[in-house]
Every structure is written in C-alpha cells, then in structure tokens.
Design a protein around this ligand. Structure first.
Ligand SMILES: [Zn+2]
Length: 378
C-alpha cells in the first residue's frame, strides 16, 4: 500500500514535466507545486489559496507533500494545464486582462472565478458585463477634498467615448466626463487600503487627474476594469486602423513603473528637501503631497539618453537640507533634479526605474505627451 502511494507520488511529480504543466495554470508563475485534483490543473501556492475559495468545484493538494490516489493521478494525467486552458480559456476576449503572478490578489481571484466558477470564457453571453459597450452602476468614490468615500453613479459609454459620473443619483449633468482616449485604470490595493481599490486617471487640460473608486463586490470592480479596457480597445482600433491587436493591447491600461516616497528640493537646490509621493507613469514623473491627491503638484518629463537625460546615484557636493541619505540626481537638458531616498534599496529601485525609461528611445507620440514646461514647478 505504502509503495503504491509512493508510486503515485512519483507519477504526479513526473507530470510536472509535461508541456504546459511547468507554469501555473492561472498566473503563469514558474514551477507550480500545487494541483487542483478536481479540475486537473497545476497551480502555484498563491493561486492554490484562491482555489480554496471555490472549494465546491476545486480541491487542491500539494504535489510534493500530500498523498495521491491512483484515480487522482489519472485525472491529472488526462487533463493537465494545456487541455484545461483549451477548455476554460476557449474564448477570452482580446481586451480581457489575464493576470500574471505580479498582479494583485483581486485580479487573480476574479480570473480564477471567471474561468472555473462562472465559466465566462466558454460562453460569450456571460461576457456581457464588460463587452456590451455600455455599463452603468454605483461605485464608492473618494471625495477630492475630505477623503470620504461616497456612492456615485458611473456610466461607461463606448459610443460616446466617455466614462462619466454623477453627483446626485437623478442628476442630468455629469460631475466629470472622462474621455476614453486618455483614460487609464490600475488596481491600488496597498495605496488605497482596500483590495478592490481602483485608481482611474485621465488628462484634464494636459494635467493628470486621479480619481479613486471601489466596489465591495470584487467581480463588479474587475468587470468595470475590463469594461474600460474593452472601450479603450475599440477606441484604439478605430483611431489606429492599421495597428495589430498585439500593438494595441499594451496600451489599454498600464501599471505604474514605480511609486513611493522620496524627498525633493526646488530648482535652486537651496530650499529644504520635502517628503513627497512620486509616481512614474511612462515618461511622466509626478509628485503629490498625499498619495491619494487628485492632482500632482508637479510633473517632470523624463526623456531618453539621446535627448541628454541621465540618472546618477548621489547628490552634487555642498547639497544641503536633505534628511534621507540616499541621493539621486537626474540630469535633463534644462536642469538637475535632486531626490533623496530613505533606504539604499529604494534608491536602487528608483534608479533602475529611471534607467529603464531613459534607456528607452522616444516614440514620436511621446513628444506630444511632454507636459507644458510651465507646469513643471519643481
Ligand atoms: Zn499562480
């Protein structure tokens, strides 16, 4: 008996070497060591935890540590990640966001529920909430001035090319109208302190405006997110008729390259350094007094090496007024920007983020995104 079990254990381990089984079936993480023995997929530790939330249809165990019966191994052998993908991801819309292991738990959980519990990608009618081109509902929106979350009606209309929200439920005029062409949405569980927290940004008079929303129901929030992606996808398909789908997909929504606190000083370098929240969004380095501010206090455009931008660790000699010890100097054609980080790790991460942007050659459209120099008030 014991030897049978050992034998089963060896067999299930060998299945990890089959094509498709070397990466988590849900988030793509390498070398999964867990498995759903009812669905027949190999998953990573983090996704196995999310499968436990749908225990009615998915039962998980460790490939390496748990005992396996012959019939369970048979099922793992007959299904496996490739066959499961063909079944459960049969018709995933191109715009739909498929999370990676780096994404937040909410996106991963809803992806797993959408695939196995709601079976959204086996039946096109189930994709209505995000593919209909129109969506209406209530979201909790953070007040710009007092930080209180209030219920607001939102409408996403692909035909009008806008996302708008209304202050009063019966109001005719929207409080804000956000054009789909400048819209971005990114989940911010840590910054907002809620798993379902979504940051939506749009350009207003060439300045980035932030709004922060959430819905208690994770499915609703992820449906809004994918609805925004669908609307952007259709907008971009019309705006760039020659572009391929793979060119458009990275432009639907984007996560920030880097966010966090640094200290900064003003253009003369004689003012004391002040702690500010920084967001690196493509080539825009924005800073805020509070991470959840509606508008940035300032924006710095970060160009490329060819345009004489460079980043260096440390601060120029004789710099004064900083409290944090790990300096960064950004050299631009106009001036030097000085920052200080709290830890050497932060310094390393920020330098590598700036380096990534500076090493990337400028795209023609990025010149258009260059903020008005008047607005750079650092
Ligand atoms: Zn995973």
């Amino acid at each position: 008996m014991a030897s049978d079990q050992e034998d089963n254990g060896q067999r299930v381990k060998r299945l990890l070497g089959k094509p498709g089984n070397g990466n988590c079936a849900d988030c793509g993480a390498a070398d999964p060591e867990w498995a759903s023995y009812t669905l027949g997929v190999f998953v990573c530790l983090s996704c196995s935890g999310l499968h436990r939330n749908i225990a009615r249809i998915s039962k998980v165990k460790s490939v390496l540590l748990d005992p396996w019966s012959a019939s369970e191994v048979e099922l793992m052998d007959s299904v496996g990640n490739n066959a499961a993908k063909a079944k459960y991801e049969k018709i995933v819309p191109a715009f739909y966001y498929c999370p990676t292991h780096k994404d937040c738990m909410l996106l991963k959980e809803q992806w797993i529920r959408a695939k196995y519990e709601r079976k959204e990608f086996q039946c096109v009618e189930r994709q209505e909430p995000y593919s209909a081109g129109y969506r209406e509902g209530f979201l909790w929106k953070r007040g710009r001035d007092n930080g209180q979350y209030l219920s607001r009606k939102f409408i996403l209309s692909e035909r009008e090319g806008v996302l708008k929200y209304f202050k009063k439920h019966d109001a005719r005029e929207p409080k804000a109208t956000m054009k789909i062409n400048t819209l971005n949405a990114t989940f911010q569980p840590t910054k907002m302190g809620t798993a379902q927290g979504l940051q939506i940004t749009y350009l207003k008079d060439n300045s980035t405006r932030n709004i922060f929303v959430y819905h208690e129901d994770g499915k609703e929030m992820v449906d809004w997110f994918n609805g925004i992606r669908a609307a952007r996808f259709h907008y971009l398909q019309v705006a760039f008729p020659g572009a391929s789908i793979s060119d458009l997909l990275p432009k639907l929504t984007r996560n920030y390259i880097m966010e966090g606190y640094m200290e900064k000083t003003g253009p003369k370098h004689t003012e004391g350094f002040k702690k500010r929240w920084f967001t690196m969004d493509e080539r825009r380095l924005m800073y805020f007094k509070d991470p959840l501010d509606a508008y940035a206090r300032g924006e710095v455009f970060i160009g490329s090496r060819e345009n004489s931008y460079s980043v260096h660790p440390g601060l120029p000699q004789n710099t004064q007024g900083y409290h944090w010890q790990f300096g960064i100097t950004i050299v631009t054609p106009d001036r030097k920007f000085l920052f200080a980080c709290e830890t050497d790790e932060d310094q390393k991460d920020w330098i590598s983020a700036f380096q990534t942007v500076i090493n990337r050659p400028m795209q023609p459209r990025e010149y258009a995104g260059k903020p008005n120099t008047r607005k750079v008030i650092m």
